[in-house]
Design a protein around this ligand. Structure first.
Ligand code: COA
Length: 238
């Protein structure tokens, strides 16, 4: 893998770095393929308990690679890739916690990728935005659904319709991120969360995440029975 770095040098913690720093970690087809492999590697490794996603260089990710836009073969290829591989669904439903450590630009698919993570910590220089509509497109890595679930729908609509980015402090006020830290404290903040989570019982973490993530799609009554089922499975040791 060269568009992403997959590192597991601390027990339980995997650090996944988006690694196309020359183009602000724009997500191209190769990166999608490599993310697909990396998420599977994390999911299927029993010793990997928490994932941190971050960006190399001066940004988290400036979104889909615009140099792949507008060419017919690439468009068809992108549609095919999407149909065959639900990359973003895979990330959302990973049965283990995922932390986004965001600095610099998190635009378009970069912003959306962070929204599919469970926790977001941002450095003070982070900027979140969904510029797709201004480009004649709409967010399509889940942003039209995840953003209004994460923050107030009106604020989400404003961001989606205007494309105007918000800075880290505003993202914190809007509850898009759970913490803002100085740039040089970002890695330590993400590591702190990851270590705390890696020390928790893995099945309880996994079931709690499933209850919340799946429960958000359910009416309350069904969400409560999902919770009861998962709690029962934990108590019963199954
Ligand atoms: N796809 C492909 N390449 C991208 C990119 C993207 N989404 N975002 C940035 N890059 C490339 C630039 O083309 C530039 O490459 P170059 O050095 O070969 O010219 C490099 O990354 C650095 O970007 P640059 O524009 O010089 O940095 P900046 O700090 O002046 O501006 C942004 C940063 C993010 C404001 C600007 O790059 C931008 O608007 N990018 C597009 C964002 C976007 O629309 N993303 C959503 C697509 S749906």
């Amino acid at each position: 893998m060269d568009t992403v770095l997959y590192e597991r040098d601390e027990p339980g913690i995997v650090r996944l770095t988006l690694n196309r720093p020359d183009v602000l970690n724009a997500v191209n087809l190769q990166m999608r393929d490599e993310l697909w492999s990396a998420f599977h590697a994390f999911r299927d490794d029993p010793d990997a308990r928490v994932l941190i996603v971050r960006g190399a260089g001066r940004a988290f990710s400036a979104g889909a690679d615009i140099s792949e836009f507008g060419t017919a073969p690439s468009y068809v290829e992108a549609r095919r890739a999407r149909r065959e591989r639900d990359l973003w669904g895979l990330l959302l439903h990973l049965p283990k916690p995922v932390i986004a450590a965001v600095h610099g630009y998190a635009l378009g698919a970069g912003c959306e990728l962070s929204l599919l993570c469970d926790l977001r910590v941002a450095s003070e220089d982070a900027m979140f935005g969904l510029p797709e509509v201004a480009l004649g497109y709409i967010p399509s890595a889940g942003g039209t659904q995840t953003l209004p679930r994460a923050i107030a729908p009106g604020v989400a609509l404003h961001m989606i319709l205007t494309g105007d980015p918000i800075d880290a402090q505003e993202a914190y006020r809007r509850k898009l991120v759970q913490r803002v830290v100085p740039r040089d404290g970002l890695a330590a903040a993400a590591d702190g969360w990851a270590r705390a989570l890696a020390a928790r019982p893995a099945r309880a973490l996994s079931y709690a995440k499933e209850a919340v993530v799946r429960g958000l799609d359910l009416p309350l009554r069904e969400g409560l029975s999902l919770e009861a089922r998962l709690a029962g499975m934990l108590l019963g040791g199954r």
